[in-house]
Design a protein around this ligand. Structure first.
Ligand SMILES: [Ca+2]
Length: 140
């Protein structure tokens, strides 16, 4: 019975983590744009101790571009990362952001990219809103 209880606690924890992050994968058609907002953006902001990774994909001959329209995470403690594929591995081209300066447009260089939000145990802010666009043109 002990094993069963631990398993249930584990599954419950996963359930809540998943719920806090919301929908995790997004697929865009060529030429399509979508506005993505971090959890709680339009209400009380994001939460402590979050680790959420959202993956965006578009057709093979397109490139994803991230255009931030609002950005505020606790400077030096909470971070937003954008990288190719599944995010934070050594092969990813990874940009990291913290603080309240709205980042420049960023094109990771392919048709798959992930945004990660990692927050520590205290102090939260509004988070970010970003427009993700699948375009047939690659920037220089
Ligand atoms: Ca924080």
């Amino acid at each position: 019975m002990t094993i069963s209880t631990k398993t249930n606690v584990f599954l419950l924890t996963c359930y809540f983590l998943g719920t806090a992050c919301g929908q995790l994968t997004y697929s865009l058609a060529s030429g399509e744009s979508t506005v993505f907002q971090s959890p709680g953006f339009s209400s009380s902001g994001y939460s402590d101790n979050m680790f959420c990774q959202w993956t965006f994909t578009s057709p093979a001959d397109t490139y994803l571009t991230f255009t931030f329209t609002a950005f505020n995470v606790e400077s030096g403690y909470d971070y937003v990362y954008i990288g190719t594929e599944a995010g934070v591995g050594p092969l990813s081209r990874l940009n990291s952001y913290t603080g309240s300066t709205i980042p420049d447009d960023y094109q990771p260089g392919g048709n798959t990219a992930a945004i990660t939000l990692a927050t520590d145990g205290s102090v939260t802010e509004q988070g970010f809103s970003v427009t993700v666009t699948a375009s047939g043109e690659q920037r220089k």
